[in-house]
Write a protein that binds this ligand. Sequence first.
Ligand code: GDP
Ligand code: ZN
Length: 357
Amino acid sequence: MSSAAHPLSGLGWTAERAVEFAPLAEAGLLPGRISRVDRGRCEVLLADPDTGGLRTVRAESPPVGAADRTDGPCTGDWVAVDPSAQPVPAISAVLPRTTAVVRKGANKRSEGQVLAANVDTVLIAVSLAAEPDLGRVERFLALAWESGAEPLIVLTKADLVNDAEFVRADVEAVAPGVTVLVVSAEAGQGVDELRACATGTCALIGQSGAGKSTLTNALAGAEVMTVQQTRAVDEKGRHTTTTRELIPLPDGGVVIDTPGLRGVGLFGGEGINQAFAEIDALAEQCRFDDCGHRTEPGCAVRAALEDGELPERRWESYLKLQRENDWIASRTDARLRAERARHWKIVTKSARTLTRP
Ligand code: GDP
Ligand code: ZN
């Protein structure tokens, strides 16, 4: 690191961000990156002028629209911190996100929830200890593509199997355009290769027990995540994790490993098309633009299914994710969307007031 490097550059702070931030800096605000969110309070990593390194502050979140959780600060967000706010420092603005991993609301609250922001690579951890569930891999891929970040599949626990290469071939077949790495954190296999691919901000997703915490520790070269996480129960009786979720890596870059990213019931619309890019390409060759790929003549999808070019399992998986997505979309309440639009207007207005005192 050159002596001129900004302390935040290892976290991904860029010259463009600094330019964007200049008016806020003039107003006395400090740039920082959120490492953890805990109901109303955030942990923010800031430059420490005394050491030239980083320091952590707890800061108050701005109030967000009651029904909307997508515009509140989340792990990975770049924010402006007002250090003089009382009784604790406050987050005055959230900088625009380049990418966002969003959990779609599948419940009564149909709004989504941002789990990680400004992610460059989504690492999908899949354990080799059991036969991989290809449908689940496809679901994670759809989520990853939807975020705007680049997916990368990490097959973990390679030390437990002899036939990792066979599994890699199976997984590659359902992940067009995606790199699939074979790693054993235990044996140190493939970790350097992963480190070389996992630059910038990486978010780890995958089933519980897939080896995410172990991978994070391997990348960090230290025990930063407890493999069996210590959990505390908050005042509402919900379990909250007590570890930090954005971990700066020694050679630059960060890993985001949030408990929220552990579930499998999350993905998105456009992401499905990217995860199943070859199906999209086939559909374009169908004779009719509105082909339903059932009984229509000249259907390229049916032809590919018949000659085995498109495996039946993959087609079913695609249809299943499409159906789920349609269902979620149908539940997206227009009123909530309107409220969100209104809230954004308020946020932009207050940001303007901030920048033009
Ligand atoms: P997480 O829930 O995805 O964070 O998974 P953990 O990192 O907590 O790992 C789950 C279990 O898998 C733990 O018992 C780890 O010791 C084990 N594990 C993780 N990585 C490896 C590995 O490379 N090889 C082997 N043999 N076990 C591993
Ligand atoms: Zn068709």
